[in-house]
Design a protein around this ligand. Structure first.
Ligand code: ACM
Length: 270
C-alpha cells in the first residue's frame, strides 16, 4: 500500500436543524449525503430533532428506536455510497430517551450507537444518562478505528483518554456547543492522545419558555498534533473537509524514549 491508499477525507456538516421537524431535517440531511463526496460525513448532535426539548413526552415524539426508517435509510446510504456516516439523534429505548450518536458503516455489521455519557444543563430533565460506555469501532476494510463522544463529554478528559486508550485513531464528536472555550481544549485532547478530533457543531438559536440558546458553530477538525486543519465560521450552515491518515496516530512515541501511553503512571493518579 502506498501513502495515498491510507488517506481519506472527512466532511463535517455544520447543520441548522429546525426544532421538532423530523421530515424537513431528515430530507436536508439526506440531500447533504447525496452531494458530499467524502469518505466520512458527520452531522451534529440531535441533528434530526433539534436540541432544546424540555418535556419528556414531547421529546419521545421526535426520537427514534434503533430500527426507525430514518436510521435504516441512513444505513442504506452508507452501504450504497460506501461511506461512514455519523450523526446525533434522540434514541428511544425501553420508554426512555438517550442523547445518542450513530456511526453507520458500509458494512452494517459494524454500525454502532453511542449514548452520551455526560448530560449538559437541562438535558438532564429529558434524557436518560448514557449507558453504552465509550467504545472504539475498528473498521478493517478501511483500516480506521473510530471513537465517538458527544458535545459536553469534551469537558471530561477521561472521555477522549478512554477512547484513545481503546485505540481510536479519530474521535468524532457531534455537538451542539453553546460556549467558545472548547476551542482551547480540543487541540490539547488531540495532542495528549495523538488522535484526530472532529467536532461537528451546529449553528442557529432555539427558544423555549423565554430561554434562548445560541449554538456557536466553528466546527473543526484537529490533526493528531493539535493543529486545526479545517474550521467553519460561527453563523453559516456549511460543510468543511479535511484529509486524514488514520494509521499515522498509532505510534505513540514522541521521541526515541518517551511514549504517551507507556509513560503513564496510573498508580499515582488517585
Ligand atoms: C452540549 O452538551 N450540548 C453543550
Amino acid at each position: 500500500m502506498n501513502f495515498y491508499e491510507y488517506l481519506m477525507q472527512i466532511s463535517l456538516v455544520q447543520f441548522c436543524p429546525v426544532l421538532a421537524d423530523i421530515d424537513l431535517n431528515s430530507n436536508r440531511i439526506f440531500e447533504y449525503i447525496e452531494n458530499i463526496q467524502s469518505d466520512i460525513i458527520v452531522f451534529p448532535e440531535l441533528a434530526f430533532s433539534g436540541y432544546f426539548f424540555t418535556d419528556k413526552d414531547e421529546l419521545k415524539q421526535y426520537s427514534f428506536t434503533k430500527d426507525h426508517p430514518v436510521l435504516q435509510k441512513l444505513q442504506e446510504y452508507a452501504s450504497k455510497l460506501n461511506k461512514i456516516i455519523v450523526s446525533g439523534f434522540a434514541e428511544l429505548d425501553s420508554n426512555v430517551v438517550y442523547n445518542s450518536a450513530i456511526a453507520v458503516f458500509p458494512d452494517q455489521s459494524y454500525t454502532r450507537i453511542y449514548r452520551k455519557t455526560h448530560l449538559f444543563y437541562k438535558e438532564r430533565d429529558v434524557f436518560a444518562e448514557g449507558n453504552s460506555g465509550f467504545f472504539v469501532i475498528n473498521y478493517p476494510d478501511w483500516d480506521i478505528k473510530i471513537g465517538l463522544m458527544i458535545c459536553y463529554d469534551w469537558r471530561f478528559p477521561e472521555s477522549a483518554r478512554t477512547l484513545a486508550l481503546k485505540g481510536a485513531d479519530i474521535i468524532i464528536c457531534p455537538s451542539n456547543l453553546v460556549t467558545e472555550i472548547w476551542h482551547l481544549v480540543m487541540p490539547a485532547r488531540s495532542i495528549e492522545n495523538k488522535v484526530y478530533l472532529a467536532v461537528a457543531n451546529r449553528i442557529g438559536t432555539e427558544k423555549r419558555n423565554e430561554e434562548e440558546l445560541f449554538f456557536n458553530g466553528r466546527s473543526a477538525v484537529y490533526s493528531y498534533n493539535g493543529k486545526c486543519i479545517a474550521e467553519a465560521d460561527i453563523y453559516n450552515e456549511t460543510v468543511i473537509s479535511a484529509e486524514i491518515i488514520p494509521h499515522e496516530t498509532r505510534n505513540k512515541h514522541f521521541n526515541s524514549i518517551n511514549h504517551l501511553f507507556n509513560d503513564r503512571r496510573p498508580d499515582m493518579y488517585y
